[in-house]
Design a protein around this ligand. Structure first.
Ligand code: NI
Length: 392
């Protein structure tokens, strides 16, 4: 591909991104996005199949022996009404690509274009994972269950996520944990109702719940190693009937996050113990219901350390060790199945207002970064497919 073709491809990537941005679709509703991906893969002559309802698995078969490398892009938007004022802003009310997944799909199509063109010199295979529903309920698990990492069997995987903390021209590569586990819970505090003027005749669930909320803060502050990362957040609380009635029940929901799987596994017992014993102290009762979310994303340390200098050389970007986040990401399931790397693509540009974090209605990304993302994906295939880098 000569210089002129590359400029044209970079323009195509931006066009794909804008087309997807205009028509955002929520998890497992990505029908138009799926159709766009299939149309482009057909045009490139890349074989593909569907997975997880609205997902697409493409396969590029290199002419030379090597590993099978998977590249993953999530496809879904968020239930947010866009307020960027961009000319290609969302045309769908209460749906917006506010997390950059439109750019992720466009960059993977760009990388697929380059890799398909160099099939004759390509070592191994490339599996393109266009994955639905990352924002929930999760598309990675069903894609794996439907064999997305088989035929051909995937040896390692990478993904990019846009990151407004990093300026354009920078890519974050960090060994070890980069995203947190994200489990949800519902906590019910059950007391006994009565007249608000005669509190001694009932058990006030609101007073008991208040004490429970306070006590739960001691999980992170007193029970977990201060050098580890953990979050206990109560996001909602509801209970009671009116000003002069005792609440017989309070219901809370929250999120529990950690980088260390052992801390993650310990959360349920800690919340249960504190909530139950505090509630009991007030004559009330606590009922905990846990819902497993995504595991932490843990980057393969050997791949991260080995690939960082190759990325700097091949993609012409500054490679930095970006700080991990407490956000959740279902690439975690892929990273549990095969050695994997999440790269953080710098998109920050104060000059165009690309300063807001993802999930904001005013989220803007610097499209100049997309070419770097394409290069990064291609570089990953080059380094891992050719067995230039070892995998433990
Ligand atoms: Ni995202």
């Amino acid at each position: 591909m000569d210089r002129e073709d590359r400029v044209a491809l970079d323009r195509r990537v931006i066009e794909w991104r804008r087309a997807i941005h205009r028509r955002p679709e929520l998890g497992f509703q990505e029908h138009e996005t799926q159709a766009l991906i299939e149309r482009e893969l057909d045009a490139l002559g890349i074989e593909h199949r569907r997975a997880a309802q609205t997902g697409v698995v493409g396969v590029i078969r290199g002419a030379l022996a090597g590993r099978t490398v998977a590249l993953r892009a999530d496809m879904d938007a968020l239930p947010i009404s866009e307020r960027t004022g961009l000319p290609f802003a969302s045309e769908t009310p209460n749906a917006m690509h506010a997390c950059g997944h439109d750019a992720h799909v466009a960059m993977l199509l760009g990388a697929a274009t380059l890799l398909q063109a160099r099939r004759a010199e390509l070592h191994g295979n490339v599996v393109l994972l266009f994955q639905p529903a990352e924002e929930g309920p999760g598309g990675a698990e069903p894609m794996i269950a439907e064999g997305a990492l088989e035929n051909p069997r995937v040896d390692c995987a990478a993904m990019l996520h846009v990151d407004v903390r990093l300026p354009t021209g920078t890519i974050g590569v960090t060994p070890g944990p980069v995203n947190a586990s994200a489990d949800e819970f519902t906590l019910r505090i059950v007391g006994r109702g009565g007249h608000g003027a005669y509190p001694h005749t009932g058990v006030d669930a609101i007073v008991a719940a208040s004490a429970v909320v306070g006590a739960l803060q001691s999980i992170v502050s007193r029970e977990i190693d201060p050098l580890a990362s953990a979050v206990v957040t109560i996001g909602t609380i509801a209970g009671g009937y009116r000003n002069n009635a005792l609440a017989d029940e309070v219901v809370m929901t929250g999120t529990l996050r950690a980088h260390d799987p052992a801390i993650r596994d310990s959360f349920a017992a800690r919340v249960e113990r504190i909530a139950s014993s505090v509630a009991e102290g007030y004559g009330a009762r606590a009922e905990l219901e846990m819902r497993q979310g995504y595991p932490p994303v843990v980057n393969d340390a050997e791949i991260a350390c080995g690939f960082a200098p190759i990325l700097a050389r091949d993609a012409g970007v500054a490679v930095v060790e970006a700080a991990p986040t407490m956000g959740g990401e279902d690439f975690a399931f892929i990273a549990l199945a095969v050695p994997a790397l999440q790269m953080r693509l710098g998109i920050r540009n104060e000059g165009i207002g690309a300063i807001r974090s993802g999930h904001s209605a005013e989220f803007i990304l610097d499209e100049a970064a997309l070419a770097h993302g394409v290069d990064a994906l291609v570089a990953f295939v080059g380094a891992l497919g050719s067995e230039q880098l070892p995998i433990a």
